[in-house]
Design a protein around this ligand. Structure first.
Ligand code: BF8
Ligand code: SF4
Length: 631
């Protein structure tokens, strides 16, 4: 099958042809079967919030039905649908975080969940106002901090603890605009309530509440997910890895980890080193056990262990189509329900592990926090024993893979920045060198480029084109999620990528010995970007909205990305979306998103599907910010 949306991806076409030969169905077959997608859904003007509907209203104010049966007009319907996407995204990130906190609550000296970063544990405990953080026994403190973190989901009073990191000006804006998020569960529940039939109909109020709910993701759930994962599993450090389907090794037992939550993945990483299981693999004729990552689990694992990245969202099917994956094991989020059926076209066993994401047609091995290693060992044993079932005639692994450097947590990035200063005379261990580079104009600014793949967009093209345009113009890029994996595959996470940069960024990369595009982790790790930007704003004594920094999601598809865009805008950064969310049916709501919100937060959503044009807009935005700062 030839598909113009794949031209940028040099190995996809061959694998899709292979799938057809193997009688396996892919997302492209399903996309074709769907024919034209629904225009009402696309515009966000179909309401099925109550059972008097569904009510599809006209996108035009001049003809057709103007209101649903209850009287909701297109502005209300679009706003409510948008709000519910923010709820979905916030729930996903935050419930992930809750699982991490639960694991920390179960941590112990001799159990499978341990505290690896005692310093960070003590720092965050102090930041959150716990007592005796210097002296308390490690696990007693970890349990106390975990309990406090669980309260962030349901505390009856107060706002999210991490908001205090932000510049004072930003905190005042959040208070003034009533978008400072309270308990995470409360924000989601209250917005679901607001958008129930017969509740809020004022689009402006619904958008404000959507921002507040999304804020409970960015500065709540996601930030907790990142920081607590670091405490338990380690702060990511600079390290080498490889990326693309070529990391699947036909001579080894291949286990593809897919999903998001590092709890399961970490246990699999541990269990895959069990000498008995490695021996068992050898007895089956394999050279060893090869764990590879897909999507955000891949990001978590490459950031902390250098585990190789098999691919991003859109490649989850491709990996199985190689015919060399013994087990695809998943936890939550971004997992195609199509995978069990696809796996049956090959020898692959598809294993789900989370009761929250029980997938029809799976083999189910529940991940139990109280005995996590047994699930991991069973997964690996299943993979090892499945090696002999491979059909050699169906094995075809593309050779393509790219070297990559990963691991830019905030801490590691600050460490790298220390290389550009004179450690004898200058302050080290801060973001000051980054601020200096931006203020001096060596770097014009920075862009956080994040998000998914979407078959509405040529695979990886928008990510890579935007990144290349920006680095050419001396804008340093920080990336997470599937955007980071796109960058990795395209070679943008290598030191050599400096050759694609403008003079200033090239020089900065040489002095700091970093690539121009920095992998900051999974999608919850966008909180690392928020944190870094916050540190720079605080160091310079300005608000986040004043910095020459933008957010972008060129190929996003998920509700999580909608929540992300909303908390990034609320944090003061203009956010460039390459795919239209379902809001085009309401001009008024679009105007609120692109203009109105600017008056509240100092930033707005920008819709631009062409990455070249988006880059031009971003450069103009960055230069405008610089002028206003007088730099
Ligand atoms: O949280 S970028 S496709 S994998 S949603 Fe999913 Fe999108 Fe990838 Fe991670 Ni994020
Ligand atoms: Fe129709 Fe109103 Fe019910 Fe929505 S809430 S389905 S617009 S009647």
């Amino acid at each position: 099958m030839s598909n113009e949306l794949l031209e940028f991806d040099v190995i996809a076409e061959a694998l899709i042809e292979k799938a057809q030969k193997d009688g396996a169905e892919t997302m492209w077959d399903r996309k074709a079967a769907l024919k034209t997608q629904c225009g009402f859904g696309e515009g966000g003007i179909c309401c099925r919030i109550c059972v008097m509907g569904p009510c599809r209203v006209s996108p035009s104010p001049d003809k057709g039905a103007q209101r649903g049966i209850c009287g909701a007009d297109r502005d209300t319907i679009v706003a409510r649908n948008f709000a519910r996407m923010c709820c979905g995204g916030t729930s996903a990130h935050s419930d992930h975080a809750r699982d991490i906190v639960h694991a920390m609550y179960h941590s112990s000296e001799d159990g499978p969940f341990k505290i690896r970063e005692e310093g960070k544990l003590r720092r965050i405990a102090a930041e959150w106002g716990l007592e005796d953080t210097d002296t308390k026994e490690t696990y007693a403190l970890a349990h106390e901090l975990a309990e406090k973190a669980l309260m962030e989901f349901g505390k009856p009073f107060g706002t999210q603890n991490f908001l205090k990191r932000a510049p004072k000006t930003r905190q005042e804006i959040w208070e003034r605009e009533n978008i400072a998020p309270r308990a995470i569960d409360q924000e989601v529940v209250t917005l679901m309530h607001s958008t129930h039939m017969g509740c809020a109909s004022d689009p402006e109020s619904i958008l404000r509440r959507s921002l507040r709910t999304s804020m409970s993701d960015g500065w709540g759930g996601s930030m907790i997910g990142t920081e607590f994962s670091d405490i338990m599993y380690g702060i990511p450090k600079e390290r080498a890895s490889e990326s693309n389907l070529g990391v699947i090794d036909p001579e080894q037992v291949n286990i593809m980890l897919h999903g998001h939550d590092p709890n399961l993945a970490e246990m699999i990483a541990v269990a895959s080193k069990n000498p008995e299981l490695i021996e068992l693999a050898k007895e089956q004729g394999a050279k060893g056990i090869n764990v590879v990552g897909m999507c955000c689990t891949g990001n978590e694992m490459t950031m902390r262990h250098g585990i190789k990245i098999a691919g991003n969202f859109y490649q989850q099917e491709m990996a199985i189509i190689t015919g060399a994956v013994e087990v695809a094991v998943v936890d939550v989020q971004c997992i195609f329900p199509a995978l069990p059926k696809l796996a049956k076209s090959y020898h692959t066993r598809f294993i789900s592990t989370s009761p929250k994401a029980k997938i029809a047609g799976d083999m189910y091995i529940e991940f139990n926090e109280e005995d996590p290693l047994s699930c991991a060992e069973e997964v690996i044993k299943t993979a090892v024993m499945n090696f002999k079932n491979r059909d050699a005639s169906k094995v075809d692994v593309p050779e393509l893979k790219a070297e990559t450097i990963v691991g830019y947590s905030v801490e590691t990035t600050i460490g790298a920045l220390d290389r550009v200063v004179n450690s004898q005379t200058d302050v080290t261990g801060t973001v000051k060198p980054l601020g200096d580079l931006v203020w001096a104009g060596v770097l014009r600014g920075a862009a956080g480029i994040v998000g998914c793949n979407n078959p509405k967009v040529e695979h990886d093209y928008a990510h890579i084109t935007l990144m290349k345009e920006l680095i050419k113009n001396d804008v340093i890029c920080v990336v997470t999620g599937c955007a980071a994996q796109a960058a990795a595959k395209a070679g943008l996470l290598k030191l050599e990528a400096k050759e694609l940069c403008g003079r200033g960024l090239k020089e900065a990369c040489e002095r700091a010995n970093i690539p121009p595009v920095l992998h900051m982790g999974s999608c919850v790790d966008i909180s690392r970007i928020l944190h870094l930007v916050t540190l720079v704003a605080n160091e310079r004594g300005v608000d986040i909205a004043e910095l020459p920094v933008v957010g972008a999601a060129p190929e996003y598809m998920s509700e999580k990305a909608v929540a992300i865009a909303s908390y990034v805008v609320s944090s003061g950064l203009n956010t460039y979306l390459g795919v239209m969310p379902y809001v085009s049916g309401s001009e008024n709501f679009m105007k609120l998103m692109t203009e109105g919100v600017k008056e509240w937060t100092g930033a707005a959503y920008v819709f631009e599907s062409d990455p070249i044009k988006a880059a031009e807009l971003i450069m103009a935005d960055i230069e405008d910010k610089r002028t206003k700062l007088g730099i």
